[in-house]
Ligand binder design. Structure first.
Ligand SMILES: [Zn+2]
Length: 306
């Protein structure tokens, strides 16, 4: 009996070292903050709306973390990208406006931080996308051009929805150290957006978060260890000419010693010759100018059991 052929290996992966960064820069670093606040906990565990202890843990982000992080960015003289769920904007409008007023970029991060795996179809995903857009517009008068998927969960159908609604980049896939053009259809000549990849190891949630019964292992890492790990990745990616895409959450990394550690990392990044520190929108705008062949993500076909 013949079997269906395995999916071919992606032909578009070049053995790549370096990237055409602007103005003779040799690598890029992007510091991002996902202003989740209560949203992810409420989406996964709606019963926690009545738990003041858990809600206060999440409220630390907009109430304490955001102002401290804005002061840090101001001291270091860099601009960052904040991905904001619509619900967070509605619940904490002053915090979101303070981010906007400080000159940072605001990106889309769902409405109630809905993971894509919970969406039954494209219609549900589109409704969430539009609801998030409406909230950011109403609260801050912002129309984001960038998207980061809540929980880093992306469906194969989402890139097309992003393109349809005028987004210019996504930040969250994990298959490259370099930005690339993300095809939104199977047609290599069809429409595409920019992808700015990230990774779990450059996300502060994993080492730091402990919410009993809700998230985390109970082992809370030291900022000394986390910053050392991120610094290694930063320096190695500079050598590779790649993109260092760091993701912090104000409710997580807004804590005093974590911000102090982050400040050391940013100061280190600023010392590196030829490292471009930019917002995600600035990097996406540069990538749009490059003649890159769009990457088509083909969904694998699971072979039948033997
Ligand atoms: Zn998030």
């Amino acid at each position: 009996m013949s079997r269906p052929p395995a999916e071919p290996a992606p032909w578009w992966y070049p053995v790549q070292r370096g990237f055409a960064w602007p103005n003779e820069k040799r690598a890029a670093a992007c510091f991002t903050f996902d202003v989740d606040a209560e949203s992810p906990i409420l989406f996964d565990h709606p019963e926690t709306a009545g738990w003041l202890d858990v809600m206060s843990h999440q409220a630390y982000g907009p109430r304490t973390g955001v102002p401290r992080i804005l002061r840090l960015l101001d001291r270091q003289g860099i601009r960052a990208t904040f991905f904001v769920p619509g619900y967070t904007a509605e619940r904490w409008p002053d915090a979101i406006r303070s981010i906007r007023d400080a000159g940072h970029e605001i990106g889309h991060h769902g409405y109630l931080h809905e993971g894509a795996r919970s969406a039954a179809d494209a219609e549900v995903e589109e409704r969430r996308l539009l609801r998030g857009l409406e909230a950011l517009d109403t609260v801050a008068g912002v129309r984001p051009i960038g998207y980061r998927a809540p929980m880093w969960e992306l469906s194969y159908r989402l890139p097309a929805l992003l393109e349809k609604h005028g987004f210019r980049y996504d930040s969250g896939l994990m298959d490259s150290d370099y930005p690339y053009r993300l095809a939104v259809t199977d047609d290599p000549n069809g429409p595409s957006i920019v992808e700015l990849p990230g990774h779990w190891s450059l996300d502060d949630w994993e080492p730091y978060v402990y919410l009993p019964g809700l998230s985390g292992s109970g082992v809370i890492a030291s900022p000394a260890e986390v910053i050392a790990r991120w610094t290694l990745e930063l320096e190695a990616l500079v050598e590779e000419g790649g993109l260092f895409m760091l993701t912090n959450h104000p409710f997580v990394s807004g804590r005093a010693s974590r911000v102090a550690g982050l400040e050391r990392l940013i100061a280190r990044a600023r010392e590196i010759d030829g490292l471009w520190i930019a917002t995600a929108a600035e990097i996406a705008a540069h990538v749009e100018t490059l003649p890159l062949e769009p990457v088509i993500h083909t969904q694998p076909v699971v072979p039948p059991p033997a």
